[in-house]
Design a protein around this ligand. Structure first.
Ligand code: SAM
Length: 352
């Protein structure tokens, strides 16, 4: 090598989360690649279908360094997608640092960086969108259950929330966090009249609108099958205005059925865990803010991962324990069946 062309120092390699022999799998042959991590069960909204409006946070939060350690362990076991959620994750101090650290990890199975997503109600998003992008966030999902301010406020029970969320969406677009997903839980009699307007919103704002069937995961325990607006009805109503054109799934464990319109403008996703469950290709695990591992949204109990960590378990101990817990992941949920039991925690305390 000629001295006229000095070698540049190569960029330092991104740290691997550790090498392991095989991917995390359950007893039904499903490979677990997605982790939803709740960083708090506090929330600044009191959405009628989620919270009572009286109860606050019920569970503790781990130090962010503990989440970072647990994330490294899960990535070493094959997790490739991490979704930060809550409660409301933007309420958690230090979140940017956690995103930054997570963005440094690479999957030892694919040698690629992780897909890091965040689910937020958007209320605090406007000033944080660009810093989140800069920290390494890959994409964002914003919950918005109405496209008119009155209906929206009736659902969130927070005055001025609509304008805050709209500003958050705009800031996320400007920061390059698109394509932005907007989650809308449809509740019969509350916001189902917004369906067609949401389709127009998707087209006008260049966002993916995802309608979610209401699940029995609320604090109030008010769920009934009649409140659920099923996928078939959503498809029929939207198609009556503008025919829907199906889109292929992005990947095998995709939860949403995807559609666009004849001119290709706008995208609608329908997530139908109640009327068309997708448990047989579930790839998800959940970690609650207090460090409990949940193998299904509808689990009847938690598995105390943080307790083991506090008692001094090594990373290898924790890996073996996670493998054994995940083996027993539930085959499916039993929503709507006789004898259905409510899960041991509601959505806001699990992490959606
Ligand atoms: N605070 C954040 C937010 O609003 O997106 C993250 C947590 S929130 C629990 C995550 C998602 O769960 C939101 O899109 C919310 O609408 C949805 N969700 C809450 N309760 C639900 C239920 N019972 N059925 C279906 N989706 C629900």
């Amino acid at each position: 090598m000629s001295a006229a062309f000095p070698m540049l120092d190569p960029a330092p390699p991104l740290p691997h989360a550790g090498n392991v022999e095989r991917r995390l799998a359950d007893g039904h042959g499903r490979i677990l690649t997605d982790l939803r991590l709740s960083v708090t069960d506090r929330c600044n909204y009191r959405c009628v279908y989620c919270r009572t409006g009286n109860d606050g946070a019920q569970f503790s939060e781990l130090p962010l360094a503990d989440y970072a350690r647990l994330l490294r362990i899960f990535v070493s076991l094959g997790v490739e997608k991490v979704r930060l959620t809550g409660g409301e994750p933007l309420l958690r101090q230090g979140l940017l640092e956690l995103v930054r650290e997570t963005a440094q990890l690479r999957s030892p199975f694919t040698d690629e960086a992780l897909d890091i997503a965040l689910t937020t109600n958007g209320h605090l998003l406007a000033p944080l969108a660009q810093p989140l992008k800069d920290a390494g966030l890959s994409r964002i999902t914003i919950s918005m259950d109405a496209v008119d301010p009155e209906t929206f406020t009736r659902i969130t029970r927070v005055p001025g929330s609509f304008e805050r969320v709209r500003a958050g969406i705009r800031a996320a677009q400007d920061a390059g966090l698109g394509p932005i997903k907007i989650n809308c839980v449809l509740l019969r009699g509350y916001n189902d009249h917004q369906m067609e307007a949401f389709a127009e919103f998707s087209r006008a704002e260049n966002v993916i609108v995802r309608f979610i069937e209401f699940m029995p995961l609320e604090e109030d325990r008010t769920w009934s099958p009649e409140t659920v607006v099923p996928m078939k009805e959503i498809v029929a109503r939207l198609s009556a205005v503008r025919p829907l054109v199906p889109l292929p799934a992005n990947h095998a464990s995709e939860t949403a059925r995807r559609f666009t319109f004849a001119d290709g403008r706008g995208e609608i996703g329908i997530i139908a865990p109640v009327s068309e469950p997708f448990c047989n290709h579930c790839s998800r695990l959940r970690l609650t803010s207090d460090g409990m591992l949940r193998t299904c949204l509808f689990s009847q109990s938690d598995h105390d991962l943080a307790g083991r960590m506090r008692n001094g378990a090594s990373d290898d101990d924790l890996r073996s324990w996670v493998r054994s817990v995940v083996q027993r992941k539930e085959a499916r949920h039993h929503i709507g069946e006789p004898g259905f039991l409510q899960p041991s925690r509601s959505m806001v305390h699990i992490g959606g």
